[in-house]
Design a protein around this ligand. Sequence first.
Ligand code: PMP
Length: 361
Amino acid sequence: MSRVYNFAAGPAAMPLEVLEEAQGELLDYKGLGYSVLEMSHRSAAFQEIIDDAEATLRRLLKIPDDYHVLFLQGGATLQFSAVPLNLMRTRHAGYVVSGNWSRNAWKEAARFGRADVLASGEESGFSRTPELDVLPDQTLDYVYVCQNETVYGTMRRGVPETGSVPVVSDVSSCFLSLPLNVSRYGLIYAGAQKNGGPAGVTVVIVRDDLVGDGPALADVTPQYLGYRLQCDKGSMYNTPNTFGIYLCGKVFRWIERTGGLEAMEQRNWAKVNLLYDYLDQSSLFEGTVEPASRSISNVCFRTGDPKLDAAFVEGAAERGIVNIKGHRLVGGMRASCYNAVSEEAVRALVAYMRDFESAYA
Ligand code: PMP
């Protein structure tokens, strides 16, 4: 078996132990004689799997009892629509645009109501997290932020001060990278394909009062997207991504076994700081994000010369370092250092950067 150092932004590296466990159970799940892939979502065995995934996630994130946990489909992208459809009770929300993902969410919300841009990082080229200068209008239905902009490599510290307006956050690319104070948010959601498990599962954590009796725009909201219905049906209004949820449950258990979110945070900062420290002293590579906004997951950097960047990416593959090409919107390089990426992998990348720099500088 030959496994490479995989710095993919998502779908991303998964813990080897989890893959091996799933492999071991693939043909015969716990003596049932068939696979989870072949299992009814209405079976007792699957109910146990989804219940365990939820319970483990609740322990990891210390999710308060008045929050629901949903395992949905359609990616984080479908939540760009689900959030306004469910929460825009007065059809007026505020958006903080910190990169392409929050910009996409804002554009989608503007299709359903008034979506004000409260702050934008566009002027800084999205190299730092934009902050709210003033308390937002207290009649807004919600204030939306993206906690970690995967493409630009910025991460918001904490939660913006919004008074009594609920905060909605897309936490896709820092989900389970570090502890999160769930009670400070009205709703958080994450595509699982970074730290949570495979693609095809979106975790939504939403406070009960925001779910209310049903979606704000009930007349146009597809049934599937109604949080109330999904809460009542335990994420099983229709067939959920059974195998994805099973793998998420295993990843959650792996996080718990290896120290929980505090330990993950420590390990993750230790890993990415190897890169940031190298970038700070390098005369060839430059980090693209201001220090106070640097991501715990996605480290973006470049040489400033697209040809040199391409040579760097190509040479990396020869050392078993893969998926470090930056997103097409920004170019350069991006090393996504999620939970399952080892410190050894990051050290190998830094060693390669050092060698590359001495060859080309
Ligand atoms: N939000 C963030 C922060 C992302 O990184 C991504 C994609 N990786 C998305 C939203 C869109 O996710 P999906 O492809 O699951 O719809």
